[in-house]
Design a protein around this ligand. Structure first.
Ligand code: AMP
Ligand code: MG
Length: 325
């Protein structure tokens, strides 16, 4: 198993030598490596079983540190960084040759962000290179939001997990880029919403439609964030329970506990107040817990499709598509 520690110097030594360290962020735990070392990058892909055409996000201690890796800064980037960094916003910007092609899967843009976590910012400030880090889970599975999540799945493959406790937000970052017409475009929904971005940019932001266009961001594949247990998503959850009443059911409810007659093996209510930030914070741990119980089916209640509810429903939809193993 990996060492779970708060020792930044120990993490730096491993990373300097081309090794992997799991790092806490406010979104989810990342599997980090020295971004300028192609061999270290290769071990990220190998450890996760990640397809090499799925690019990685670069993490910086601040806006200034990013400059050598970015060729041009579109209008609005400074405003967004000033408002949301450190924080759960990833920007797709044109890369310089300092960024190895393995980071971007050969794409001309690199994904960058400044994470909002004291321990990881402390580490990044000690390094003279950015950290490339995808989520610290086997490719396609639910992202980790606690050190134990990482340790159970990757603990025998990596030497160290930096212990930053539970991730405060619990959902992957919003990804924003500028399309060929210069229009700001959301490539992945997250805690920072379309409305939040429009307020800062003072213009309309569009949402990338992955069904109608060629694949620009392979991580946006529909198969993602999925438990091993067959997973069904519904906004009329009692009907789904009735349809599956002869099975061993795990239930994740949004706000209200199920009050019907069907026996549920285990139910988790995410937020009795109906608070979407609480749902985001608790969702992945709840999915992992129920996925470990050997159930026949995992039923998850959709959340209201407003604000960060859109990002939550986006992840749930992707989980449900492939939860058939
Ligand atoms: P994760 O690996 O779980 O942290 O997710 C990283 C996300 O960022 C994936 O959805 C990637 O596809 C996306 N991403 C990273 N770099 C790029 C890029 N250059 N262009 C488009 N999407 C990117
Ligand atoms: Mg991921």
């Amino acid at each position: 198993m990996a060492i779970i520690t708060k020792n930044i110097q120990g993490a730096k030594t491993i990373l300097d030598g081309g090794g992997l360290v799991a790092i806490p962020t406010e979104t989810v735990y990342g599997l980090a490596a020295k971004a300028t070392d192609p061999a270290a990058l290769a071990s990220i892909f190998k450890t996760k079983g990640r397809p090499s055409n799925n690019p990685l996000i670069l993490h910086f201690p601040d806006f200034k540190a990013m400059a050598p890796y970015i060729k041009a800064i579109p209008d609005g980037v400074r405003l967004l960084a000033a408002k949301f960094w450190p924080g759960p916003l990833t920007l797709l910007l044109p890369k310089t040759t300092l960024v190895p092609d393995a980071v971007t899967a050969g794409l001309p843009r690199v994904a960058v962000r400044v994470p909002d976590h004291k321990l990881t910012l402390g580490l990044l400030n000690q390094l003279d290179y950015p950290l490339a880090a995808p989520s610290a889970n086997p490719s396609g599975y639910i992202s980790p939001t606690k050190p134990s999540h990482v340790n159970i799945q990757l603990g025998d493959k990596i030497p160290m997990i930096l212990d930053g406790g539970n991730c405060e937000k619990g959902l992957e970052s919003t990804i924003l880029g500028w399309n060929d017409d210069g229009i700001p475009t959301i490539y992945r929904k997250g805690i920072i919403t379309k409305g939040d971005l429009e307020t800062v940019l003072n213009k309309e932001v569009c949402i990338y439609d992955s069904h109608s266009q060629t694949l620009e961001a392979p991580g946006m594949l529909s198969s993602h964030y999925a438990p091993n247990t067959r997973t069904l998503l519904s906004s009329t959850i009692s009907e789904k329970i009735d349809e599956n009443k002869h099975l061993k059911i795990g239930l994740i409810s949004f706000k209200n506990a199920y009050e019907g007659d069907v026996a549920i093996t285990k139910e988790i209510v995410l937020s009795s107040d109906g608070a979407l930030d609480e749902v985001a914070y608790k969702l992945y741990a709840a999915m992992r817990e129920l996925d470990g119980l050997g159930l026949d089916v995992l039923l998850i209640e959709k959340v209201p499709d407003t604000g960060i509810g859109k990002a939550i429903n986006d992840r749930l939809t992707r989980s449900a598509i492939t939860g058939t193993k």
